[in-house]
Write a protein that binds this ligand. Structure first.
Ligand SMILES: Cc1cn([C@H]2C[C@H](O)[C@@H](COP(=O)(O)OP(=O)(O)OP(=O)(O)O)O2)c(=O)[nH]c1=O
Length: 205
């Protein structure tokens, strides 16, 4: 048995918190700056898969040749919010956030999180998890208050279910942690499938 090193290829504080919640303390955090622009007619699910893979590949490239990190696991994820096939990226300005919230109001949308694990032997494992979320109809006042809270900043779809926007959610089908940025059940399954004991951080070698 070896103590396993996990590199989290992410700068998302949510992803780190979720991992810590299940007892995984990454040995290293490597936020990877990849271009998140969707390709023409790219499905949101494909985008989440592609970007999580690109983040993991970028981290693998960055540690290549560094013996200290050889044989580490790499974990990356990407969360995409979409109304139908329309992708709602991270809002840059409050006006973008307002427009996104208008679109989400009184409707269902999908949240896709792509998870990519690179195993100690350099194999890629990928999965996309989907959650359907229905927002209640939002009043102008609710949208104004939410936009003023700035909780939309840096979040796909311009909201964070773990904050005030939790009260907008009338119904949800699927994984909650998937919406926050890392589906814990599926991530633990992927790691366990590669011999990474999620409960102890030890690797069956
Ligand atoms: C929908 C939703 C998204 N989010 C967050 C999770 C992610 O941090 C972010 C989606 O953007 P991502 O591009 O997936 O991640 P990131 O840029 O924050 O971090 P990194 O690429 O370094 O891993 O939105 C919430 O925190 N709550 C929510 O309800």
């Amino acid at each position: 048995m070896l103590k396993q090193k996990l590199i989290l290829a992410s700068g998302s504080p949510r992803r780190l918190d979720l991992l810590k919640q299940i007892g995984i303390e990454p040995a290293r955090l490597m936020p990877m700056d990849v271009d998140e622009t969707p390709k023409r007619a790219e499905h949101p699910r494909s985008l989440a898969r592609r970007l999580s893979g690109e983040k993991a590949a970028a981290a693998l490239g960055a540690i290549k040749g560094d013996p200290a990190w050889q044989g580490s696991f790499i974990l990356a994820a990407d969360t995409v919010v979409a109304v139908g096939r329309r992708i709602l990226g991270k809002a840059e300005f409050s006006e973008d956030a307002r427009a996104a919230l208008h679109l989400l109001s009184g409707r269902s949308h999908w949240v896709y999180t792509g998870v990519c694990v690179v195993t100690a032997s350099g194999q890629y494992r990928q999965k996309v998890v989907e959650t359907k979320v229905r927002f209640k109809r939002l009043s102008r006042k609710e949208i104004d208050t939410y936009v003023a809270s700035n909780q939309w900043q840096g979040k796909a779809g311009a909201y964070g279910i773990q904050g005030i926007a939790g009260v907008f959610v009338q119904k949800m089908s699927g994984s909650y942690t998937n919406v926050v940025g890392l589906p814990l059940f599926e991530t633990a399954q992927m790691l366990a499938g590669e011999g990474f004991d999620v409960m102890t951080g030890w690797l069956d070698a």
